[in-house]
Design a binder for this molecule. Structure first.
Ligand code: DGL
Length: 263
């Protein structure tokens, strides 16, 4: 494995670009390959077996393109399939799961809200983590049905009515932390802020995932030593126009390309 090989990132669609962005901010000289499996979104409505099959397919493609590490930029895929991926492949996997622990530790009201997909909230990994904190804090969790589809359609602000419905019980219960447990949801932050009172914190896992990626690359001596800006390749198997719309919102320091691909 050479340290100038790319970081591979995948998600069920454009949502994982929120995670990609944090990685790029921290490691601008790394090259990367991003897969938006939008054709198969939403993963959150699928069962564990299907999510695992799709995660394997994405992993195989990233490995065939020389990925030195794989970031599963999807809570649903991480919580359902990362154990399988880790057992199956030699490369390191970085996952993302709802930030239950930081939200539970920092709450002052003793109440936290978690918004995530059905697949994430039903997963063993999430149930195990959340049950550790349930004795001390009240967790108001809600499935964000329909939100991923709205984001994938390219107009995140259309999610406002659904967000109002999903966040109202959390606000009424008196939460002071709301966890965005899906990598698509950071694209809704501006709309969410117009709905919830100012004092409520919104917590997502993008930055910790980026730091963990750096830590693992460093410990494996795989950080790119080339100081020039990295090249980035973004692939979608659905609408290139929508992928482009989201990529355009990112602050990309190096050269990049967006492409349609059958995968
Ligand atoms: N972005 C994904 C997540 O973090 C999955 C959304 C979906 O496809 O349902 O959970």
């Amino acid at each position: 494995m050479a340290n100038n090989q790319p970081i591979g990132v995948f998600d069920s669609g454009v949502g994982g670009l929120s995670i990609w962005n944090e990685i790029h901010r921290l490691l601008p000289n790394e090259t990367s390959i991003y897969l938006a499996d939008s054709l198969n979104a939403p993963y959150g409505e699928r069962n564990k077996q299907e999510i695992t099959r799709l995660s394997v397919k994405n992993t195989e493609l990233l490995l065939s393109k020389g990925a030195k590490i794989i970031v599963v930029a999807c809570n649903t895929a991480t919580t359902n399939a990362i154990d399988h991926l880790r057992a199956q492949y030699d490369v390191s996997f970085i996952g993302i799961e709802p930030a239950t622990k930081p939200a539970a530790i920092s709450t002052k009201t003793g109440k936290i809200g978690i918004l995530a997909t059905k697949g994430t909230l039903a997963s063993e990994l999430y149930l195990n983590t959340s049950s550790k904190y349930r004795g001390d804090v009240e967790i108001i969790q809600t499935v964000g049905t329909g939100l991923v589809q709205i984001i994938e359609s390219g107009v995140p602000k259309d999610a406002k009515p659904l967000l109002k419905k999903y966040l109202a019980p959390m606000v009424e219960a008196g939460v002071d932390n709301i966890v965005l447990g899906c990598s698509h949801y950071p694209f809704l932050i501006d709309t969410i802020r117009t709905i919830i009172p100012e004092g409520i914190n919104i917590i997502d896992s993008g930055e910790p995932v980026a730091r963990q990626t750096e830590r693992v690359l460093r410990s494996e001596k795989l950080l790119n030593e080339d100081t020039s800006l990295g090249f980035h390749h973004f692939y979608t198997n659905a609408s290139i126009e929508i992928l482009q719309r989201f990529v355009d919102k990112l602050d990309i320091a190096g050269p990049y390309e967006t492409d349609w691909k059958d995968f």
